[in-house]
Design a protein around this ligand. Structure first.
Ligand SMILES: [Cu+2]
Length: 372
């Protein structure tokens, strides 16, 4: 077992500069214009050296170096948009059948530079594949367990008890296989996760992923235009910049507290590799919270406000013009916003639990002008 926290140093100790004082250099400046000291991290202001807007409490504290995405086999930026729409075929009668293959496997993953975590994964990645379908499709998910422990795939959605993916209904022993089959409903921003016991352990080890069901515009004539914008691949949808963000955390020393928080697994990844946004196009974020051990997580957007669709199951916002939302574990929703009236530049987003932000859950949107 590798742990990045020396014995006797708490995660709050890390925040107060304990790692720097202890000789470590995990937390340090974001760029050349910064330097770390035992008292903390300070900015050296050189006009024009940074074009980001810096939040004083945590703009500078990020991990040093970079995670090897190739070795991990997944990249948090690529995960923002790598929808898995399955293998598509037609059922008798014309309905769409989407088939997915998911393999459960043990895998050591790098969650911060040089910091490894013995994960349990779906398809070798954390989060697992973003399963995306359209309302009314038939879904068939073949789950094969090549891991060392029994696992399940429990989908949040409407389905029968037999397909629930809990002990006694779709639990898969190592070497075994189970086929989950159900209709894609209701439309919304959902998730799936392992429901084997102990639940806390199986979830925090990395067995979860986003499950997005796009509305079928034909079923929602009163909001057809908006439903079209949510349906992957339509001309209306292509106007949008859509991203899936799974808020997660990792307890690297198994003390029942997370040492690293992130979106799409790698702490501070989006601080170093900002999410590119074209200024003129609206943004839709499918946000899912799976953080274990902490009762709540949150998302706060800088310099802007958004509309929010709790669970994504409505075609009109459930909250309008907010800049922060809170989610408990398993809660999720859709954020919609635009930087169309803004200056180009880097706009921060992060958990508004400052501790989570400082331990990795902080990133930047890089709003750029694109000549039309
Ligand atoms: Cu499991």
């Amino acid at each position: 077992m590798r742990s990045w926290l020396p014995r006797g140093i708490s995660r709050r100790g890390v925040l107060s500069g304990g790692m720097a004082a202890g000789g470590g250099s995990l937390l340090a400046g974001l760029g050349a214009g910064h330097r770390a000291t035992a008292q903390g991290v300070h900015a050296q202001h050189e006009p024009g050296s940074l074009r980001m807007s810096v939040h004083p409490s945590h703009g500078h504290m990020v991990t040093v170096g970079d995670v090897d995405s190739a070795r991990n086999g997944f990249d948090p930026n690529a995960m923002l948009t790598d929808w898995d729409t399955g293998t598509v075929s037609q059922l008798p009668g014309g309905r769409t059948l989407r088939s997915y293959e998911v393999v459960g496997e043990d895998k050591e993953i790098e969650i911060a530079p040089g910091l490894f975590f013995p994960a349990w994964t779906y398809n070798g990645r954390v989060p697992g594949p973003t399963i995306r379908a359209t309302e009314g499709d038939r879904l068939r998910i073949v789950f094969r367990n090549e891991g060392s422990h029994p696992h399940t795939m429990h989908f949040h959605g409407i389905h029968s008890a037999r397909m629930d993916g809990v002990p006694g209904a779709g639990m898969v022993e190592p070497g075994g296989e189970f086929v989950y089959e159900f209709d894609a409903r209701p439309f919304g921003c959902h998730l799936y996760h392992c429901h084997a016991l102990p639940l806390k352990r199986h979830i925090h080890k990395g067995m979860y992923g986003a499950f997005i069901i796009d509305p079928d515009p034909a079923r929602h004539p009163e909001h057809a235009e908006f439903a079209n914008s949510r349906l992957l691949g339509t001309p209306e949808n292509r106007e949008w910049q859509e991203f899936v963000m799974v808020m997660n955390g990792f307890d690297t020393d198994f003390d029942g507290e997370n040492e690293v928080y992130a979106v799409n697994t790698v702490g501070h990844h989006f601080a170093k590799h900002p999410v590119r946004i074209e200024r003129g196009r609206p943004v839709r974020v499918y946000l899912v919270n799976v953080v274990e051990f902490d009762p709540l997580n949150s998302f706060h957007l800088h310099g802007n406000f958004f509309d929010y669709y709790d669970h994504g199951t409505t075609l009109t916002p459930t909250l309008r013009t907010v800049d922060t939302i809170v989610q408990c574990q398993g809660q999720r929703g859709i954020l919609e916003f635009s930087y169309g009236e803004h200056e180009v530049g880097q706009y921060m987003f992060h958990a508004h639990q400052s501790e989570f932000a400082e331990l990795g859950w902080m990133g930047m949107f890089d709003v750029v002008e694109v000549a039309s």
